[in-house]
Design a protein around this ligand. Structure first.
Ligand SMILES: [Zn+2]
Length: 313
């Protein structure tokens, strides 16, 4: 039954469907209406979205698609969507998510990246024939590729995450140690701290939503799936994914690349995984840091195509 449902959802999904940052929720009931009328906040919301979308428009064009962003500032929905309809690739962003107290502007940028990730992140996908990258993969790409790009040259903003006179360290020593183990130059370390902080902000919201314990860098999810789970991981697992994406020392060499898409054996085949392994971190390539966390990602072994386990049933 699970497989049948998976196939049906997969078919619907591939034609014209959407992927979200969060499970459905009722947080819109708690929207801060004071902020709806704040023009400074509204401008910031629009600027963050526009800045990132403008960067990826030519990259979508190179893939034969038109990228569009729908900016729904007044809408209290605490979510964000990605959708494909023909050659139109869309992301929909809601003011309700931006106005959440847990969500910093950087975390909101990470959500834009996550939605773009559904379009661009490649393997692991939702299913063999689906256009959308899975939730975990979209999270991983948000820091390994997108966040890394948008904070590439924002040196002074990034350096604030190294030390702050008022609060001391902006990220725990644990984060700094691990970022420093991967990145040897100060600008790259600063950017790694900043991405980790953005990931924590977003994962904190996810934790509240799922009534999970507050996620922490120091307590990574120890669970190991046997097959990749494409649906939303738990908050701790998502924090681990954001952090590990920032820790992977490999840079995607060409931002137009959607790794594994259209691979001969299917989007989730071993062939697709091989392409992804060239441009990201995987355990089979010897990475013990910066790989997709095993709490959602089950690396395919050998030449077998193990298929996918559906998270919805
Ligand atoms: Zn999503």
């Amino acid at each position: 039954m699970r497989v049948v449902l998976g196939v049906i959802l997969g078919l619907v999904f591939s034609v014209n469907s959407w992927a979200k940052i969060l499970p459905d929720n009722n947080l819109h009931l708690f929207d801060n209406y004071m902020l709806v009328n704040d023009p400074v906040k509204e401008r910031q919301f629009n600027e963050i979205i526009d800045h990132i979308i403008e960067m990826w428009k030519p990259l979508a064009q190179a893939n034969g698609a038109t990228l569009v962003a729908e900016k729904r500032w007044n809408d209290p929905t605490v979510n964000a969507y990605a959708q494909q309809s023909g050659s139109t690739w869309k992301v929909t962003m809601f003011g309700g998510l931006f106005r959440r107290p847990e969500v910093t502007p950087d975390a909101f940028a990470l959500v834009v990246c996550h939605e773009l990730g559904h379009h661009f992140a490649g393997y692991a996908f939702y299913g063999h024939d689906d256009w959308a990258s899975s939730e975990g993969q979209s999270d991983y790409w948000a820091t390994q590729v997108c966040g890394r790009k948008i904070f590439e040259k924002t040196y002074s903003g990034n350096s604030k995450y190294r030390f702050n006179l008022n609060t001391g360290r902006m990220v725990p020593p644990y984060v700094q140690e691990r970022c420093n183990a991967t990145w040897k130059d100060s600008p790259s370390q600063d950017r790694c701290y900043r991405l980790a902080a953005a990931g924590l902000s977003l994962a904190t919201l996810l934790g509240k939503l799922g009534s999970n314990p507050a996620p922490k860098f120091e307590t990574p999810d120890q669970s190991r799936v046997s097959k990749t789970v494409p649906s939303h991981p738990k908050a701790q697992c998502r924090l681990d994914t954001y952090f590990y994406g920032a820790l992977c020392p490999i840079n995607l060499p060409d931002l137009r690349l959607i790794p594994g898409k259209g691979a001969p054996g299917g989007n989730n085949s071993i062939q697709a995984q091989r392409v992804a392994a060239e441009v990201s971190c995987m355990e089979s390539k010897g990475f013990k840091i910066g790989q997709r966390p095993a709490c959602w990602f089950g690396e395919l072994k050998g030449d077998a195509d193990a298929g996918f386990q559906w998270g919805w049933n």
